[in-house]
Every structure is written in structure tokens, then in C-alpha cells.
Design a protein around this ligand. Structure first.
Ligand code: AVI
Length: 325
């Protein structure tokens, strides 16, 4: 049998050009201050996010994993064989393992492509799967989703199931969802399938707890973006002078995360040569986490040429996975 090393390969398609400095200048000089949520995920932010996924209040990861555990075989049965798996974003071995097992139950070997912007995102996540599944090959594609999928579209090979899990789509703006779904449609081939995980609209109290946990991990995750600006842009944010706030915006079906300035203050961002003033109570809007109805998401998918094959929910109808072709 090929060794683990021989069953793993990594290909860098394009390095992400970091626009942190430009984005921070744009966001913190705006009338309503904001920062893009993609900057949460430096190594410390990634570790905090992993802890969030295990919090009792944060039902999303646990629920999606349970749906996959129960329905992986049903999902794979609806997709053509033999299949390859593609995952957009860094993988959690707990989730993808169920899809891998369901594939390997009906075909001899499997290639799993993991597309991620940060190299090594897989290292402590899915790489150990190679030890467990001897017929598994992993190909890491380092780059943007578009580049990774574009690369796969030009490669020969059979049908693929592209998984976009974790309700990451909920962190996109409406415009980003539109261009993402249109891009997917362009680069996937007629036989390919798309498996999308998204969080469902629910009771405000449940959402508030999920995004403002008792242990304060989400607060540290939110504040970490300021620590990152201190390190990378030579800023002097006093982290104790900002508070985490998560509010539910019912009209827009989303949780909004903010950092609230506890007092009037001025922050220097050395690398930008910029002073930013805050009024007491003024906020930096750091993230939106959209929640959807099944009908709403299916309408969005249909608008971009996706036909829903089946939806899979947990018994409490908290989270949904949709398989589309
Ligand atoms: C990554 N993403 C799906 C998470 C979410 O729930 O929107 C990010 C997160 N923000 C606060 N807690 C978790």
C-alpha cells in the first residue's frame, strides 16, 4: 500500500495577497466603523474558533456533524459514482469523515480535495485521516475557492461532490453569496453535486447565547481582531477598553457582532499613520452571521441554476444541509 506521504499532496495555486492594511483603513475611517470578518482567522483566532465549535451554546458544529453522521450514506447515494470529494475551507475531520466513509463503502478508493487559503490549515484537522483510511488520497489546494475549483474544472476525472459546510455562507454579504453561487455554477461540471450547510432562523435567545457564550470565548475571538491589528499594523488598541456585543437583527435574519468602545478614546495605527477616534459606546461592526429558511436558501440556489435534490435537517430543525445538482 502507498505510504501516507505518497497519498498526500499539496499544490499552491496562488498566494493570497493580503490587503489587511487597505481594508483596515477603509473600515476604520468609515462613518459606521467596520472590519472584515475574514481577519478573525490568524492562528490564535483559528484556535479560538475551534473552541467555539465545542461550546455548549454553539449548536451549529455539533448539529451539522450529527446530520452528517446520520445522513452521509443517503447524501452519497444521491451522487454519481465513483465520486471525489471537494471541501471548501479548512476541514474538520469529524465532519468530513462521515462522507469519506460513505464513499469508501461503495467505491474502492477516494480522492479528497481540500481547498483552503491558508497552507497547513489541514495539518491538525484532516491529515490524520490518512492513517485511518488506507484507500484515501488527500490533495490540498492552497488558494482562493475560485482558483481551486477552476483548477479542478480543467483536470480530468469523474464527478465531484463539493462541500461547503459550517454555515460559512452565512458570513457572506448578499452580493458575495450571489457571486459565489454563480462562480460555482460556472466552474462545476454537469455531473457534479454541491452540498451546502447553513444555519436556520430560530429563537433569538438561542442565537444570543450561541454568539455570546458564558465562558467568554466568543468575546475573546471578537477582540482578537484588535490584537491582530496591534501586532500586524503596529496599532495600540487597549483590549480592555472594548467590549464584545452580539445582537440579533430579526429583520435581516442575522446575528451582528460588534466591538463597543467603553469610553471616548483615540487609537494610533502606526503602520497606517492613522489616528482613529472613538466616542463612548461607538462600535466596530466585525461580523454578520446570516440565518436562512430552507425555502429562502432554495430560492437563492434555484436563482443560480441549482436544483435541490434533497435537504437534510436535525430533528429540532436547527441546521440544514442541502444537496443540489
Ligand atoms: C465561521 N462562521 C460560520 C462562524 C459563525 O457562526 O458565523 C463564525 C463565528 N462567529 C462567532 N462565532 C462563530
Amino acid at each position: 500500500l502507498p505510504t501516507e506521504q505518497a497519498r498526500f499532496s499539496s499544490l499552491t495555486l496562488r498566494r493570497a495577497h493580503d490587503s489587511l492594511a487597505d481594508d483596515v483603513r477603509l473600515g476604520l475611517t468609515a462613518a459606521d466603523k467596520w472590519l472584515p470578518c475574514k481577519y478573525f482567522y490568524d492562528p490564535r483566532g483559528m484556535a479560538l474558533y475551534e473552541r467555539i465549535c465545542e461550546l455548549p451554546e454553539y449548536y451549529l458544529t455539533r448539529t451539522e456533524t450529527a446530520i452528517l453522521k446520520h445522513h452521509a450514506a443517503d447524501i452519497i447515494a444521491l451522487a454519481p459514482a465513483p465520486l471525489s470529494l471537494v471541501e471548501l475551507g479548512s476541514g474538520s475531520s469529524a465532519k468530513i469523515r462521515y462522507l469519506i466513509e460513505a464513499c469508501l463503502a461503495r467505491q474502492a478508493g477516494l480522492v479528497y480535495y481540500a481547498i483552503d487559503i491558508s497552507p497547513g490549515a489541514l495539518d491538525n484537522g484532516v491529515r490524520p485521516l490518512l492513517q485511518e483510511y488506507l484507500d484515501l488520497r488527500i490533495v490540498e489546494l492552497v488558494g482562493e475557492f475560485t482558483d481551486g475549483l477552476g483548477y479542478l474544472a480543467r483536470e480530468p476525472g469523474g464527478p465531484r461532490l463539493v462541500a461547503f459546510l459550517g454555515s460559512t455562507i452565512g458570513n457572506f454579504t448578499e452580493g458575495e453569496i450571489t457571486s459565489f453561487l454563480a462562480m460555482l455554477r460556472r466552474v462545476l461540471r454537469p455531473q457534479d453535486c454541491f452540498l451546502l450547510g447553513f444555519d436556520l432562523i430560530k429563537d433569538t435567545g438561542v442565537l444570543e447565547a450561541a454568539y455570546d457564550d458564558a465562558e467568554g470565548v466568543t468575546a475573546r475571538f471578537n477582540l482578537n481582531i484588535l490584537a491582530r491589528l496591534n501586532h500586524e499594523l503596529d496599532a495600540d488598541f487597549d483590549l480592555t477598553a472594548f467590549a464584545h456585543r452580539a445582537t440579533v437583527n430579526v429583520e435581516r435574519s442575522r446575528v451582528e457582532m460588534h466591538l463597543v468602545s467603553r469610553r471616548a478614546q483615540r487609537v494610533r495605527i502606526g503602520r497606517l499613520g492613522l489616528d482613529v477616534r472613538f466616542r463612548a459606546g461607538e462600535t466596530i461592526h466585525t461580523e454578520n452571521c446570516h440565518k436562512f429558511s430552507t425555502a429562502g436558501m432554495e430560492t437563492l440556489l434555484a436563482r443560480h441554476g441549482w436544483q435541490v435534490l434533497r435537504r437534510f435537517l436535525d430533528p429540532q430543525e436547527q441546521f440544514c444541509l442541502v444537496l443540489a445538482s
